[in-house]
Design a protein around this ligand. Structure first.
Ligand code: GTP
Ligand code: MG
Length: 180
């Protein structure tokens, strides 16, 4: 039998400060969650291996700082990305409204060959908070935004309760692969 093909996918995770980017990645890769908030400074990556069909995939997940702006990382950082994950907090309207500028900035900086075809995945995080009673962005509104931006896949997640986290990153790997 032929050795399975190995593929490295570079994934950039963006979104406002505090939406849970680091928490989602820690839950996905280490199965850990912390209530404490420690702002990410600069950017760092973690990796996760998974098998999709006959392919071995290494997801290289780049966590970024919501508090900083793109200029500090430089466009070289975004080049060669295979997928971009945009995260917002369903309980914070501003973080949803910011998706637009994160989306635009990413495309501007990464400058992918085919703008329209570049794969994004959107995560609406913290759906656990107050049993969902404090959410201000409806799933429908989020899905409409995703649909209007070229059918971006959408997942509602909770890094705290490990809800939909595996499914979301599996989708990230799949859309990243399809862009290879
Ligand atoms: P920056 O690094 O500043 O960009 O923030 P971030 O997006 O990485 O946010 P982070 O993962 O540090 O989470 C911010 C706070 O929200 C922390 O106190 C987390 O414990 C909390 N948090 C993250 N995800 C969830 C979630 O799904 N549910 C709940 N209830 N809290 C969460
Ligand atoms: Mg962080």
């Amino acid at each position: 039998m032929a050795a399975p093909r190995r593929t490295l996918l570079k994934v950039i995770v963006l979104g406002d400060s505090g939406v849970g980017k680091t928490s989602l990645m820690n839950q996905y890769v280490y199965k850990k969650f912390s209530q404490q908030y420690k702002a990410t400074i600069g950017a760092d990556f973690v990796t996760k291996e998974l098998q999709i069909d006959d392919k071995l995939v290494t997801l290289q997940l780049w966590d970024t700082a919501g508090q900083e702006r793109f200029q500090s990382l430089g466009s070289a950082f975004y080049r060669g990305a295979d997928c971009c994950v945009l995260v917002y907090d369903v309980n914070v309207l501003k973080s949803f409204e910011s998706l637009q500028s994160w989306h635009e900035e990413f495309l501007k900086q990464a400058d992918p060959a085919e703008l329209e075809a570049f794969p994004f995945v959107v995560l609406g995080n913290k759906v656990d908070v107050d049993g969902g009673n404090s959410r201000v962005v409806s799933e429908r509104r989020a899905r409409e935004w995703c649909a209007s931006r070229g059918d971006i896949p959408y997942f509602e997640t909770s890094a705290k309760e490990d809800f939909n986290v595996d499914a979301a990153f599996l989708c990230v790997a799949r859309v990243g692969l399809s862009n290879e």
